[in-house]
Design a protein around this ligand. Structure first.
Ligand code: TNX
Length: 487
């Protein structure tokens, strides 16, 4: 079972579990011993998800204080049935998450993923008790949702992706269907509109918003770094931001948060970046929503209800600037970026904003797989998928870490909103590539987000091996890491 439950007490014998005949009740009795989740402090995603499951020869009971809790309990049962078939060991489980926010950030820009693929990703998230799918909807290469008052964004901004990959966007009907599909699985879709950097698709669509000069640096592999950002001093910028926020909030009504990006505003003076973030954040809050952004937003004045998403694990990146060949004109930009990044978490802690942990070393799934595959047919894919500038990561690397220890300056889980993995799609061109990175990496991230006490690597590897039949039953592809004794 993944994530590992808080407490399992085995009974005598086994029984058949009929998932349609489970007794489900909304009540909290018996869950007092399970610690409450750390993370957010009010509305948002921090409902009480603690649950109990009791399997006896006389029947099966699932309970918890909320619909979410009961759904997580039923998910546990689904896994038990998949693992044990007709002979599920009688047992009593009481369980609950370590963190309130357990997510996956999904880049649908560099490669456009059709709604059917997003639904498969939601299914994978739900099976591992994640409750957030963060959609990275805009970037330099594309704009992926409708803003009714700005039809140019879809007309010109959505057509491309990286290289000659096809573009695309989600219609309002697509978004409504996805929001509902996710909600039925107690997954919240959190939309990201990346500003003020990563905005080339906006500039192509609405040239009036473009900076007077855009510098481009070729970083190889068909990827260009674009220096040029939205300008906080132009009134047109803010009527654009207002239109976009109105559209995104209307289409993702269940999300308490809007993600404003805020990352890699290359070439923008610090004061302009902070001013931009502060204004955009104020406009989000004025619409009754909370603000989340990549860690660079900590350079602006924030509200303690905002969330700062930590991604730049500086020690590994600082080492890579000397070991990897970096284009000469990129090096000073990169070094400055890393130096500033080291101040972001202290600033976030000082402002009392919770941290969402997405440190790239453990949680970026767009890193090459470091293990070999038991299937020689996967070796070509292994060489092709994953950004080459990251050192490869093994499945064990993805398990042997702790979210609190990984967050510089944090001393208590209460400073963390939770854990969110990220899948960027520069090298992910197909659904097969996507699933090849998500499985088997995602279950480890989910366990870090959910389980209060860590398992040993051999214990986890054994549980992971037993998940494969479930993936095959769903038709999900997975990387057959040779480090796992797959069932
Ligand atoms: C950095 S993570 C980015 C993305 C890239 C990713 C590749 C973040 C906020 N920005 O634009 O796709 O690295 O791993």
């Amino acid at each position: 079972m993944i994530p590992k439950p808080f407490e399992v007490s085995l009974g005598d014998g086994t029984t058949t579990v009929d998932l349609d005949a489970v007794q489900v009740t909304i009540e909290a009795g018996g869950l007092e011993g399970v610690p409450a989740a750390a993370g957010l402090r009010a509305d948002g995603v921090d409902v009480d998800e603690r649950y109990g499951v009791e399997i006896t020869a006389d029947g099966v009971r699932v309970w918890g204080p909320s619909d979410e809790a009961v759904f997580r309990g039923l998910t546990t049962l689904r896994q038990l049935v998949a693992l044990h078939g007709d002979a599920v060991p009688c047992q009593r489980i009481v369980d609950g998450p370590r963190f309130a926010w357990r997510g996956l950030s999904f880049d649908v820009v560099r490669t456009f993923h059709p709604p059917e693929t997003v639904r498969r990703v939601i299914d994978i998230c739900a099976l591992y008790k994640l409750n957030v799918l963060h959609l990275h909807l805009t970037d330099d290469q594309g704009w992926r949702f409708e803003v009714p008052s700005r039809p140019e964004l879809v007309k010109f901004g959505s057509t491309g992706a990286i290289g000659d990959r096809p573009g695309g966007h989600y219609t309002r009907a697509d978004v409504a269907n996805l929001v509902q599909y996710a909600a039925e699985r107690f997954v919240t879709l959190v939309p990201e509109v990346d500003m003020p950097g990563h905005s080339q698709a906006v500039f192509r669509s609405i040239p009036e918003l473009a900076p007077t000069e855009i510098r481009t640096i070729d970083v190889g592999d068909d990827i260009q770094l674009q220096l040029g950002t939205l300008d906080p001093d132009r009134p047109a910028t803010w009527s654009f931001v207002d239109d976009v926020l109105d559209a995104v909030i209307a289409q993702f009504p269940q999300s308490a948060y809007v993600h404003l990006g805020g990352d890699e505003a290359w070439g923008m003076p610090d004061a302009a970046h902070a001013a931009f973030v502060e204004q955009a954040a104020a406009r989000i809050r004025a619409r009754g929503k909370r603000v989340i952004g990549w860690q660079e937003i900590a350079r602006a004045d924030l509200d303690p209800a905002d969330v700062v998403q930590y991604w730049i694990e500086t020690t590994e990146l600082l080492a890579s600037t000397t070991s990897v060949e970096v284009p000469a004109d990129l090096l000073p930009i990169l070094v400055e970026h890393l130096q500033k990044a080291q101040q972001d978490l202290p600033k976030a802690h000082a402002q009392g904003t919770p941290i969402l942990v997405s440190a790239h070393k453990w949680l970026y799934f767009d890193r090459p797989h470091g293990d070999s595959s038991t299937d020689p047919g996967q070796e070509e894919q292994r060489r092709r998928v994953g950004l080459p500038h990251y050192p490869p990561t093994t499945i064990q690397d993805g398990y042997d870490w702790d979210p609190l220890d990984a967050t510089p300056g944090a001393t208590s889980d209460t400073q963390l909103a939770g854990v969110e993995a990220a899948i960027w799609c520069e090298t992910v061109t197909t659904r097969s590539d996507l699933e090849f990175l998500l499985l088997p990496r995602l279950p480890a991230a989910a366990e870090k987000a959910w389980s209060h006490t860590p398992d040993t690597w051999p214990g986890y590897a054994d549980r992971l091996a037993r998940q494969a039949p479930l993936w095959r039953a769903h038709g999900w592809e997975y990387f057959k890491s040779a480090a796992i004794g797959w069932k």
